[in-house]
Design a binder for this molecule. Structure first.
Ligand code: PMP
Length: 439
């Protein structure tokens, strides 16, 4: 059977990944996907950063089997089960001290966007309302409200009148920042601008209901926020009593080398949004927040799928595995390995304009060295070349994500358990593919 053709006939034009990666997956283990023809691929997409331990990790498979064997009800709305309490305990165990004993957790619908929606309603409910402040280039989901807070304009075409009262602040993207000066001052200028805006009662957004930020913009192109800037953002919001929401949907659960990415800056947000990896391969999302924000009336924010017990079992198994098996050390070691090679490639190829990221959330921005330069003197983004390299990678057995402006950024999001030899293999396929594409 031609499964690809059958899928194309049935499924909406909205489908995206099958166009880029025309394979039919037969099975997957660790970071290897095998297609119906027996061809293997290294998977650096890993369920868009969801598969912290890779595909079908033994502890995840065991957790599913055990749950089924014990006849645990698979769906419980938000009713209590021992498994749910165990899962909550495991999550609380990894929270910063300031939140560990007092924070509240709310289970949301299965997706990241569900949890972002809940977080926004939460802060609106607990404050006087006011604007939501988000960042240029951000991505928080594809629902109406989350899209309103996302900076990717191409997805918003024809989708006018989304959530009103969202204002975009400048994200400190040193390499391409429209207000940047290219001398390492971008973060400082951004923080100063935000503070000035909040000091200006006539700005109309001086009393926002919350600020939502990714510490590393994922879909925006693996852009890590400056650490000092994150500290400043925390100071500026804390001084004014503005809830700071950190969207850890992609960065959370070890992806950046710390359990939560805000730990790099030594800050604690008021609200943490988690999804993807926290479900240990299955759909799951939660919002964790300071107790003073918990001003919901019972039932004020509901949803049917808040009790996925299998997701709690796999999430619990994954969190415990990460905590007990030096997985974060592996993320940091492998990250170094990625950067060493990618930085070397950048020196070799003018087509590689920028290499950046944090932990195992890494981006390579492709540029056109035969074209114009921007006002900072950098060659312009080259989405076509990125796409060509991505295709060569696929042909050579590597699945790699793209993102960022003009889709010119190739993004590595491997499982956190990727080994040194797998990393070397991935990088060697990448180098070969770059060489083939620029030739
Ligand atoms: N926030 C961030 C930072 C994300 O990366 C994503 C998904 N890529 C989302 C929210 C939305 O999650 P979902 O696709 O599960 O709705």
């Amino acid at each position: 059977q031609d499964y690809l053709q059958l899928q194309g006939e049935r499924e909406s034009q909205a489908r995206s990944y099958p166009r880029r990666f025309p394979l039919v997956i037969h099975k997957a283990k660790g970071m290897i996907i095998t297609d119906m023809d027996g061809k293997s691929y290294y998977d650096c997409l890993a369920g868009a950063g969801t598969l912290a331990l890779g595909h079908n990790h033994d502890v995840v498979v065991e957790a599913i089997k055990k749950t089924l064997d014990q006849q645990i009800p698979l769906h419980t709305l938000d009713l209590a089960t021992p498994l749910k309490v165990e899962f909550m305990n495991e999550i609380f165990a990894i929270l910063p001290d300031e939140l560990k004993h007092t924070a509240k957790i709310q289970f949301c619908g299965p997706t990241g966007a569900d949890a972002v929606e809940a977080a926004i309603k939460l802060v609106k409910n607990a404050t006087k309302g006011g604007a939501i402040l988000a960042f240029q280039g951000a991505y928080h989901g594809s629902t109406q409200a989350t899209l309103s807070m996302s900076g990717n304009l191409s997805k918003k075409a024809n989708l006018q009148s989304l959530l009103p009262n969202v204002h975009f602040l400048p994200f400190p993207y040193e390499y391409r920042c429209p207000f940047g000066v290219g001398n390492g001052k971008t973060a400082e200028i951004s923080a100063q601008y935000i503070e000035n805006l909040l000091n200006d009662v006539e700005s109309g957004i001086a009393e926002p209901c919350g600020v939502i930020v990714e510490t590393v913009q994922g879909e925006g192109g693996s852009i890590p926020a400056d650490i000092q800037w994150l500290k400043e953002l925390r100071r500026i919001t804390a001084e004014r009593g503005i809830p700071l929401i950190i969207d850890e949907v992609q960065t959370g659960i070890g992806r950046t080398g710390k359990m939560f990415s805000f730990e790099h800056a030594g800050i604690v947000p008021d609200v943490i949004v988690c999804s993807k990896a926290i479900g240990g391969s299955l759909p799951m999302s939660v919002v964790i927040y300071k107790e003073e924000l918990d001003q919901w009336q019972p039932g004020a924010h509901t949803g049917t799928f808040r009790g996925n017990q299998l997701g709690m079992a796999t999430g619990l198994a994954t969190l415990a595995y990460i905590r007990e098996n030096r997985v974060l050390d592996n993320v940091n070691e492998r990250s170094k390995q990625f950067f060493e090679t990618l930085n070397r490639l950048q020196e070799k190829y003018e087509e590689i304009g920028d290499v950046r990221g944090r932990g195992l959330m890494i981006g390579v921005e492709l540029v056109d060295p035969r074209g114009k330069v921007d006002r900072l003197g950098h060659y312009l983004p080259n989405g076509q070349l990125a796409s060509k390299i991505q295709d060569r990678c696929f042909a050579n057995g590597l699945i790699i994500e793209s993102g960022g402006r003009h889709s010119a950024v190739l993004r590595f999001l491997p499982p956190l358990t990727i080994t040194a030899s797998e990393t070397a293999e991935v990088l060697s396929i990448f180098e070969k593919s770059v060489m083939e594409a620029v030739e």
